[in-house]
Design a protein around this ligand. Structure first.
Ligand SMILES: [Zn+2]
Length: 112
């Protein structure tokens, strides 16, 4: 009975690693980070290190911060541009019209 309770009382798997079992480790502390998706990441740092403000979420890769209420913004990803979008950017509609008129003029010249 008593032994069973003791086993149940240990926090198995409560962190990324069970540092307590490794007596040769330098003192460590785990820092909790929250990402914009609400995932929790708890990396452990050596006690003398100042933990970084943000940490990549271990589940989705978004930057995670130590403030649960204000996780870092999702990084702005450039929307994918198709080849056509690039062409349209370079060549305005007016240019397209001019090219069309030029082509028509050339056709008329050729006919007459
Ligand atoms: Zn996440």
């Amino acid at each position: 009975m008593a032994a069973g309770n003791a086993i149940r009382g240990t926090r198995v798997g409560s962190g990324p690693m069970r540092w307590a079992e490794r007596g040769d480790q330098a003192p460590r502390r785990s820092v909790t980070y929250w990402c914009a998706n609400g995932h929790v990441t708890e990396p452990a740092f050596a006690a003398e290190i100042t933990p970084p403000d943000t940490w990549d979420c271990s589940r989705c890769g978004l930057p995670a911060g130590q403030d649960r209420q204000a996780p870092p913004e999702r990084p702005k990803v450039e929307p994918y541009k198709s080849h056509l979008a690039y062409v349209k950017e370079r060549r305005s509609d007016a240019d397209g019209e001019a090219i069309l008129q030029e082509a028509l003029a050339r056709m008329r010249q050729h006919r007459s």
